[in-house]
Design a protein around this ligand. Structure first.
Ligand code: GLU
Length: 283
């Protein structure tokens, strides 16, 4: 497959220097390989995403000199795709309904016999489907629920292949991990595949779209390195092709902290307004 990579921002704020670095890293890698560069808008969370932030993404990236394929895929327009992928996991017994509130989940984690395990997305939760009669009762009460991936069932399903799950890291993880990495999905726990409010969640949408868009190289910040473990499992369960990963370092400000959406002064539109040129920024 021809080289293809992507930049996949969520329009929940204005892009900052860190995003510029990530987008440029991917764009330049595509250019060097004579491959494709895809921009994808990850806007499944309607409560946090805003049209003005999306408009600013196009403006800021064009200002940086990036070009991308059109039409741009906006995840909010493809819920039925993610639902179909979820339905497949449900049909194969790999997902279960979780009616618990955030509070209940946290309490349960705190009571876990081996103490709370820390995962990349906070504390790791492992649950199980409810007995059918209890589930039927909650459904009859229209109690909202999320869908979670069952790591136990996934492990059963993969058998020995579970121990062979891995990924190729051409960049590096936060602790210098590079090369062939053994995937350890258990560090993420029974991740949510479909949120109560949204109907899908990040990991499922991202693996689905990377495959659909023919992404051969996932180039993104090291903050998402740990997410790769569970994403490789999902790709395997859904028979999706395996991309190569290149996690890059995170840019930090003078205070040593990484740029975040709250750093207003470092947004690309603010830098632009102050007369900073794309060339100066790249340097
Ligand atoms: N949408 C994610 C973010 O803005 C990035 C997803 C990815 O690169 O896998 O953090």
């Amino acid at each position: 497959m021809p080289f293809a990579t992507r930049f996949a921002p969520s329009p929940t704020g204005y892009l900052h220097r860190g995003h510029a670095f990530s987008a440029l890293t991917a764009f330049e890698a595509a250019r060097a390989a004579g491959g494709r560069f895809v921009l994808r808008i990850e806007d499944i969370d309607a409560t946090r995403c805003r049209p003005e932030f999306e408009a600013a993404i196009y403006e800021d990236l064009a200002w940086l000199g990036l070009e991308w394929e059109t039409p741009v895929r906006r995840q909010s327009e493809h819920f039925s795709d993610y639902r179909a992928a979820l339905d497949r996991l449900i049909a194969e017994g790999l997902a279960y309904r979780c009616f618990k509130t955030r509070r209940e989940i946290l309490d349960e984690i705190a009571r876990a016999p081996h103490g709370p395990g820390e995962g990349p997305d906070g504390q790791v939760y492992r649950g199980a489907p409810l007995p059918p009669d209890e589930e039927a009762r909650l459904l009859a009460e229209s109690k909202p629920y999320a869908w979670r991936l069952s790591l136990d069932r996934a492990r059963e399903r993969l058998g020995e292949a579970w121990d062979r799950l891995n990924f190729v890291e051409e960049g590096s993880g936060p602790d210098g991990e590079t090369g062939l990495i053994r995937a350890q999905p258990e560090i993420a726990g029974d991740v949510v595949l479909a949120r109560k409010d949204v109907g899908v969640a990040y990991h499922l949408a991202v693996v689905f779209d990377d495959a659909l868009q023919g992404i051969t190289h996932v180039i993104r910040g090291q903050d998402l390195f740990e997410a790769t473990h569970i994403q490789r499992l999902l790709q395997t369960l859904l028979d999706l092709p395996e991309p190569t990963y290149r996690h890059h370092r995170l840019l930090t400000g003078p205070d040593g902290k990484r740029f975040a959406k709250r750093d207003q002064a470092e947004t690309l539109r603010e830098l632009r307004a102050r007369g900073v040129t794309p060339a100066a920024l790249k340097a």
